[in-house]
Design a protein around this ligand. Structure first.
Ligand code: NAD
Length: 298
């Protein structure tokens, strides 16, 4: 996929979408963007190879690859197949083109979308990412891919401009399943670390020292390594990944674990804590603010 021969359309220019598009532009791709919030276009002012489209259907008409970086499956389905007052893009996608859904979404919806798009002659891959805004900026995201092996191989060179570790995990929908499970594990770690640090503080311990011990011991995880000092103990709560999105991810994981008829007690508790924290902290809260929520029970 040579940048000069591969026009890309990118839908969903939020916290993750903007840096990912910047990396594609840096690599020499021409990108047409669309977002419900037209103000995001300003973030690309002066970028010659970027054009903001007024409608999603117009945005995709010339694309060899259309990329989604949208909040969730209900929004993805609305953009693809249409909803009240808005035409879907599916029938406007070029035959033989690729749709890469890089959002975090429901594996079942993704499998359905793959089937319906196949009938329209569109090649579908779910390609969710892990790593957050910092890794999106550095183009060092972990990208998990589901879909046909030949489509994965064809798009690998494009994904490499956005990520570092790129892994094909199975058929369409598989990557969205793995991504949700990953984020459930991460959320469980966040909640466990929050509870532990707050209890340690109440016992009179220095939480910075306690976290240092975790990082040198078996309790080490992504929260202890990257979140405690940068976003939690300093009460910045600004990692760039919202609590609403974390809550969505753990719900997808719980549904998946239940659908597989597996033990799910911890996942259920994670969903409960995430949802209650989300409601209590309100719209826009960062996921690291779970620490603040847990602390409020002291
Ligand atoms: P965000 O809320 O910052 O961005 C989403 C964007 O989608 C917004 O700009 C919004 O206006 C746009 N949008 C919503 N509905 C739309 C529609 N119908 N048509 C066009 N645009 C629409 O979210 P984000 O943090 O960038 O996350 C995007 C996806 O990536 C989510 O699925 C999230 O779970 C996943 N993700 C996020 C992170 C992170 O650290 N933020 C990390 C990994 C994965």
């Amino acid at each position: 996929m040579k940048p000069s021969e591969t026009p890309i359309t990118f839908i969903g220019l939020g916290l993750m979408g903007v840096p990912m598009v910047n990396n594609l532009l840096k690599a020499g791709f021409t990108v047409t963007g669309f977002d419900l919030n037209a103000e995001v276009a300003e973030k690309f002012s002066g970028q010659q190879n970027f054009k903001f489209s007024k409608t999603p259907t117009e945005a995709v008409s010339d694309a060899s690859v259309t990329i989604f970086m949208l909040p969730d499956s209900s929004i993805i389905d609305g953009v693809l197949w249409g909803r009240a007052g808005q035409e879907g893009i599916a029938t406007h996608l070029k035959k033989g083109s690729y749709l890469l859904d890089m959002s975090s979404a429901s594996p079942v919806s993704s499998r359905d979308n793959n089937q319906k798009l196949k009938e329209l002659g569109i090649k579908y891959l779910d390609a969710p990412v892990s790593g957050g805004v910092k890794k999106a900026i550095d183009a060092t995201l972990s990208i998990i891919v589901g879909g046909l092996a030949e489509d994965y191989e064809k798009t690998y060179a494009l994904l490499e401009f956005m990520g570092k570790s790129i892994t094909h995990v199975g058929a369409a929908g598989a990557a969205h399943a793995v991504k949700a499970l990953n984020n459930y594990i991460s959320a469980a770690g966040l909640i466990a670390v929050s509870e532990s640090l707050i209890a340690a503080e109440k016992f009179g311990l220095d939480t910075h020292v306690v976290n240092k011990v975790f990082n040198a011991s078996t309790g080490k995880n992504n929260t202890t390594e990257n979140k405690v000092e940068n976003f939690m103990l300093n009460e910045a709560f600004n990692s760039g990944f919202s609590l609403a999105l974390m809550s969505k991810d753990v719900q997808i994981a719980l549904k998946f674990i239940k659908d597989m008829e597996c033990y799910s007690d911890l996942a259920q508790q994670c969903v409960k804590t995430s949802e209650e924290a989300n409601q209590s902290l309100g719209k826009g809260a960062d996921h690291t603010a779970v620490f603040k929520y847990v602390k409020s029970f002291q």
